[in-house]
Design a protein around this ligand. Structure first.
Ligand code: GLU
Length: 488
């Protein structure tokens, strides 16, 4: 059997679409589980859509997302584009001679022809076809030019494109996800393969590259299904074996329309900026349209690589459920190693110094309640700031100002006698305070409410035990005493 070689071949249009991320992940899982190779290729022959810097951005995003590839463009130490792998170049604009060579070979074998029609003529033709409610496709005017005339006009420097000559009949292929596919060739346009400026179109470039890069499996979005017959015709015309195709269903908005910017972010980079963790995004995106087990939602990349099954990708489009993404991200926030989490929060606030133990403990408490990295700085900042609250907030609704003052005083007295170790564990603190309440027959709200407000300055916050643990004994006693004084 041929070695498995998959590829991820985005166009550098400015960002990585989350549908593209899913394609990249599936190609990665599939290559890895077959001990094969993943090729990364930049399809930049559509110069109108080209965005400078987009290739570098794609390389960086794949790196952040942990999608390692075996061949393709990489960034060197200076941030310039270099390449790894021996099937390159992996950037299509650097392979123009190759495409030209194979376009000419197609001319030679009679599977393609030169077309000299002007843009104006083609536009008029298209308008007429549209008005007559006919399919818009090239009317083959130039197919009828004799070889001599075609050669003469090309030799005289007239501008032309090279078009595929679609043969009669039908094109059949077996898609791993969609099953048997059949297209009448009469519905396929004589596609331009090489433009007048010498650039190939996507169709020619993709076939030449997939062939010479020895790609065994093409995984890509379902939008490319209708292009596949043209590509299969090219393989046949050149006498090359076509790869196995697996088209992946689109990601959908809640209303089942194709995922669009209008209904939410679609760029992976935007999700990262909003504080979603790469691992959470990967987990979420990978399980859209494919879930290995019905009772599990969280998977590591290793698990997904082992469990991924291309033939079980769901044919129906997958609705992107943003609440589920929040849930998955919150899960990752809670389970990440705390030092790693601190490093992940850093880009969102470079002023927070996690060497400070109070801040690290505050992170431990606040991550239980957070959904994204981006919201953590706002939650953590107040732990380091002097408190500013209305002293009236210290009074529990079923209690009085005098009682709050008295309870805070007693609590300070009690906690000053508590051993330092008790403050190093939330549960030990909770047990200690609960025992204190029971032994003195004190009302929970009457003690715990002012304690919590004294520590947080807020009506809503983590529990008083968590807060006391974050601040440690000295600061806790200081805040409680401060509160008592403010109220007294
Ligand atoms: N370059 C195409 C894109 O930007 C990929 C098509 C393919 O994978 O064949 O989506």
């Amino acid at each position: 059997m041929k070695p498995v070689r998959t590829r991820f071949a985005p166009s550098p249009t400015g960002y990585l679409h989350i549908g593209g991320l899913r394609t990249a992940l599936y190609a990665y899982f599939f290559a890895r589980q077959h001990q094969g190779s993943l090729v990364f290729r930049i399809e930049d022959t559509d110069r109108e859509r080209y965005i400078p810097g987009a290739t570098e951005a794609l390389i960086r995003t794949l790196d952040v997302m942990g999608i390692s590839y075996d061949e393709g463009p990489v960034l060197d130490d200076k941030g310039d584009i270099a390449e790894k792998g021996s099937f390159g170049p992996y950037i299509q604009s650097k392979r123009l001679d190759t495409y030209k060579q194979w376009a000419e070979e197609l001319l030679r074998v009679g599977s393609a022809y030169r077309c000299f029609c002007s843009a104006e003529r083609l536009e008029t033709m298209r308008r007429e076809q549209t008005l007559a409610k006919r399919m818009t496709k090239y009317d083959r005017t130039c197919l009828h030019l004799s070889k001599e005339e075609s050669d003469r006009r090309a030799g005289a420097g007239e501008s032309y494109v090279i078009r595929l000559l679609v043969p009669d009949g039908e094109t059949i292929f077996e898609d791993v996800v969609y099953g048997a596919m059949k297209f009448p060739n009469a519905d396929v346009d004589d596609q331009v393969l090489l433009k007048s400026d010498g650039f190939p179109t996507y169709h020619l470039a993709v076939v030449v590259d997939d062939h010479f890069m020895e790609i065994s499996h093409v995984l890509r979005g379902e939008d490319w299904i209708s292009s596949t017959p043209k590509q299969i015709m090219l393989y046949a015309a050149l006498g090359w074996e076509a790869p196995t195709f697996a088209h992946l269903p689109n990601l959908l908005n809640a209303d089942r329309t194709k995922l669009s910017k209008r209904q939410g972010d679609v760029a992976v980079e935007d999700y990262l900026k909003r504080g979603y963790l790469p691992a959470a995004l990967n987990n979420f995106v990978a399980t859209l349209g494919f879930n290995p087990k019905s009772d599990q939602e969280i998977y590591s990349t290793e698990e997904l690589t082992a469990l991924f099954d291309l033939s079980r990708v769901n044919r129906a489009g997958a609705v992107v459920n943003y609440e589920k993404l929040d849930w998955v991200n919150a899960h990752y926030l809670r389970h990440l190693n705390i030092e790693e989490l601190a490093r992940a929060v850093h880009p969102f606030s470079e002023t927070l110094d996690f060497q400070n133990p109070v801040l690290l403990r505050a992170l431990t408490v606040e991550r239980e309640r957070a959904t994204t990295l981006a919201e953590l700085p706002g939650r953590l900042g107040p732990y380091l700031e002097p408190l500013d609250y209305d002293p009236g907030l210290l009074v529990w609704r079923k209690s009085t100002r005098e009682d709050a003052v008295a309870q805070l005083g007693r609590l300070v007295e009690h906690l000053s006698t508590v051993a330092d170790e008790i403050f190093s564990e939330v549960l030990a603190l909770e047990n200690n305070v609960q025992t204190y309440l029971a032994a003195n027959q004190l009302d929970r709200g009457g003690v715990l409410w002012p304690m919590r407000v004294a520590l947080s300055g807020k009506a809503q916050s983590p529990s008083p035990y968590e807060l006391a643990w974050v601040f440690g004994k000295l600061e806790t006693l200081y805040r409680l005493e401060e509160a008592r004084k403010r109220l007294a």
